[in-house]
Design a protein around this ligand. Structure first.
Ligand SMILES: [Zn+2]
Length: 245
């Protein structure tokens, strides 16, 4: 037997009110044909379908302002607290894959974030004081992966052979290294595009004058000028310094 206590009656009352509200809204919406979806920029309900995004969710385009968006987008934004934590962790002896896992950001996002950070880092090497024509760099790409082997990435590095000793023995931390001894760094895949990004990360004087020793990976050939590119086997010893990192 159900006892209709005042408390239960109140709850039922609340439920009924909500049910009636929903019903009323549904009827009004049906009569006025109000569409559910609206543009997050201008609030217009005048939308058209515009294909799908990478995960198959339908994409919409606002007819009024042209904004393209996904309805009920579940994409999470990285908070300021998370980026603060990442900044701290980047200064410790923690791998990037560890940081991505702990902070709960995607590897792709962290990769872009670190590249962006590295681009902003002012390099302490006084590149303008170098005697031109005597610059020698060693480039290498190091393979690593996050979580599973399918999730691999490559860290592209360039060091100046003469200034390599500045930070010898310090924490193997990408950002710290970039500040003191690396002259170029990029994280991505192993494609030509990544080689290009490594090249672009070098200070201009290196791009203009440095002789670059690399392995035989073909991507280097497409970005380093022939006259200054020295592809060498590991056994030559010419890329010893960077390979010891
Ligand atoms: Zn709009």
């Amino acid at each position: 037997m159900i006892l209709f206590t005042p408390n239960l009656i109140l709850k039922l009352d609340y439920l009924m009110v909500n049910l009636l509200k929903s019903l009323f809204y549904w009827l009004i919406k049906g009569c006025l044909k109000i569409p559910n979806d609206f543009c997050p920029s201008c609030g217009s309900h005048s939308l058209r379908k515009n294909g799908t995004i990478h995960n198959g969710k339908p994409k919409n385009e606002c007819k009024k302002c042209g904004r393209q968006f996904v309805i009920n987008n579940t994409k999470k934004t990285v908070t300021q607290a998370q980026t603060d934590l990442i900044d701290k962790l980047l200064l410790e002896r923690i791998s990037l894959r560890g940081i991505a896992r702990v902070v709960g950001v995607s590897w792709r996002w962290l990769q872009n974030y670190v590249n962006h950070k590295l681009a902003q880092v002012s390099r302490k090497i006084k590149v303008s004081d170098k005697p031109r024509g005597r610059l020698t760099i060693e480039c290498d790409e190091l393979w690593s992966f996050v979580n599973s082997k399918g999730n691999e990435y490559w860290v592209w590095l360039a060091i100046d052979r003469k200034t390599r000793e500045i930070e010898r023995g310090s924490a193997p931390n990408l950002v710290r290294h970039a500040q003191v001894s690396f002259v170029g760094c990029y994280i991505g895949d192993r494609s030509r595009k990544s080689a290009q990004k490594l090249w672009e990360s070098l200070p201009p004087v290196y791009r203009q004058y440095a002789v670059a020793y690399t392995d035989f990976w073909e991507s280097y050939k497409t970005v380093i000028p022939d006259s200054r590119h020295r592809p060498v086997p590991k056994s030559s010893g010419q890329t010893n310094h960077i390979e010891r990192i």
